[in-house]
Design a protein around this ligand. Structure first.
Ligand code: PLP
Length: 322
């Protein structure tokens, strides 16, 4: 089956003098609804698209929490998430970081997990989180529904930076939240329409295109990443390898400190020295640049693409020998 046509209209005529399903793009548009249906089926819930992963995070906390509420957020998760929460402190939002491999702390109104965390690649303790009275959100950007259906593991909300694997070609900024609880979905939808943190039809169409190959891409990336993780692990020029056992994301510490890591980071040719993850092309970068002392100075994060595993290894090998 082909993709639905891309409809960029911002307005549609009323039907019999009344607004129909589509009347103004900020409320809903056909391409977005089609993409939400596909993603919802993959995750086993109802999906809502937002203008970016960060826009999705902003919408969740502003729509579903109150001033004075506290979020327990997984330590070592995507650094932009606690950075956003700090930005919202002025509006009365509080957060505490906790070790997501253990039970979340008491006295919080939302538990925020990341599966696996970026760039530390830890996995949450789903059972302990589900036993907590607060709603649980899982940022499953790096796992994707190919490897994790978090709603089936007790999560109330699943969040994606669809910019990454779901779209998969490093050419669209997009976010998504998936939930089953109708009241939460309705509240998020209402907030989205009011705030305008909406996904454009072009972005939704690119998501639909990406989802067609999601399974193939992610399985191939997992296969390659597993092999690279084990070759890096056996290499004396590498100190620590972090890999969750699935998915295309891994990180490793280069032996010899910051200088050696900088050489490796800037010496690859097939692997692009660039930020982000989840694309068809492999990318690698130092995370210390962005995250400071939160990560080791010699940590490099590698997002494995769709290139040949031996060609990728040859590129890493020559960079490590540099
Ligand atoms: N969640 C994770 C795990 C991410 O890696 C990112 C981006 O790097 C985000 C959320 C934010 O997504 P976006 O860049 O689409 O706003």
């Amino acid at each position: 089956m082909g993709l639905p046509p891309l409809d960029r209209s911002t307005i549609w005529p009323f039907e019999g003098g009344e607004p129909g399903d589509f009347y103004y793009q900020r409320y809903a548009h056909p391409t977005g609804v089609a993409a939400e249906r596909s993603l919802g089926e993959l995750e086993g819930g109802e999906a809502l698209l937002f203008s970016s992963g960060s826009g999705a995070s902003t919408s969740v906390v502003l729509a579903l929490l109150e001033p004075g509420n506290t979020i327990a957020v997984a330590e070592g998760c995507y650094y932009g998430t606690p950075t956003l929460f700090r930005e919202l402190e002025r509006w009365g939002l509080k957060h505490v970081e906790f070790d997501q491999t253990k039970a979340p702390p008491d006295g919080v109104q939302l538990v925020w997990l990341e599966a696996p965390s970026n760039p530390f690649l830890t996995m949450p303790n789903f059972e302990a989180a589900a036993a907590h009275p607060a709603p649980v959100l899982v940022d499953a950007t790096a796992a994707t529904p190919v490897h994790l259906r978090a709603l089936e593991r007790g999560a109330d909300l699943v969040l994606h930076s669809a910019t990454k694997y779901l779209s998969g070609h490093s050419d669209v900024l997009l976010g998504a939240v998936i939930a089953r609880d109708e009241a939460k979905v309705a509240r998020l939808r209402e907030f989205r329409s009011r705030s305008g943190i909406v996904a454009a039809p072009d972005a939704a169409w690119l998501l639909l295109r990406g989802l067609k190959t999601l399974d193939l891409r992610v399985r191939r990336q997992t296969e390659t990443a597993k092999e690279l993780a084990s070759r890096l692990d056996a290499d004396p020029r590498v100190e620590t390898v972090r890999y969750a056992g699935f998915g295309g994301l891994l990180s490793f510490d280069v032996a010899g400190g910051t200088g050696a890591a900088r050489t490796v980071e800037t010496s690859t040719s097939l692997i692009m020295n660039a930020t982000s993850l989840g694309g068809a092309e492999s990318t690698m970068e130092s995370r210390h640049r962005w995250e400071g002392d939160r990560v080791p100075e010699n940590l490099l994060r590698l997002s494995v693409g769709l290139e040949d595993v031996d060609e990728l290894w040859a590129d890493l090998e020559q960079a490590l020998s540099g």
